[in-house]
Write a protein of this length. Structure first.
Length: 215
């Protein structure tokens, strides 16, 4: 199956960082970046950075990470509304997925996932989740959420962080084999290598269905 190779980073995409990736790893078809600055964790996208990425023929995978737990319907809904606000502010085009960055050390429940989904389902954007299957209980919560709202399974995009075979350049990308929740789901993205040694990025693959929706 054809996949697209790219990277994600908490650091802004400067000319130096883009060139580092090009020289050491290859040309990224997409770059995962954060919609909002989170102190001590990630720098938010700027208009200048967006222009720099797009001018090099690279798409943007939008990530929202301004939360530290994922529990409760209302909190999920509020965080989604905040993410939608920042996506609008940055002029992310309609139809693009916005990934909730559900880290492995977060508490997460089905109610939060439902809250995020419902707010996005009513918005111009598509609900999406980044998750880790090795630690935390995202997969259990996701399957429970599907049990109460079957639309979540077909209308949500998932980006899996496991397994983690390790970084490779674009020309040696692995076969696409991300871990999928036991109840299924559209796992169209895979972060297969973290903390690359040569540049401060992670390496990723996405399926064509996701790549076409990226910004």
């Amino acid at each position: 199956m054809a996949t697209y190779w790219g990277v994600d980073s908490a650091a802004p995409v400067t000319t130096h960082l883009y060139n580092c990736v090009m020289e050491n790893l290859g040309k990224p078809a997409f770059w995962g970046r954060y919609l909002k600055t989170v102190q001590g964790s990630a720098d938010g996208l700027t208009a200048e950075e967006i222009k720099r990425i797009h001018s090099r023929g690279t798409k943007i995978l939008p990530i929202y990470s301004s939360f530290q737990s994922a529990v409760g319907y209302r909190k999920g809904s509020v965080e989604a509304q905040n993410a939608i606000y920042y996506a609008n502010r940055l002029e992310v085009p309609k139809g693009a997925p916005i990934f909730a960055n559900v880290e492995k050390f977060f508490d997460v429940d089905a109610n939060w996932l439902n809250g995020w989904f419902e707010a996005f389902y009513r918005s111009p954007y598509q609900p999406a989740y980044y998750f880790d299957s090795e630690e935390g209980n995202f997969m259990q919560a996701f399957c429970e959420a599907i049990g109460t709202n079957k639309k979540i399974k077909s209308h949500t995009i998932l980006w899996s962080a496991q397994p983690e075979p390790g970084e490779t350049p674009a020309n040696r990308k692995p076969a696409y084999k991300p871990i999928v929740p036991p109840c299924g789901g559209n796992v169209w993205g895979w972060q297969y290598g973290r903390n690359v040694s040569s540049c401060p990025v992670d390496t990723d693959l996405v399926e064509p269905e996701l790549y076409l929706k990226l910004w």
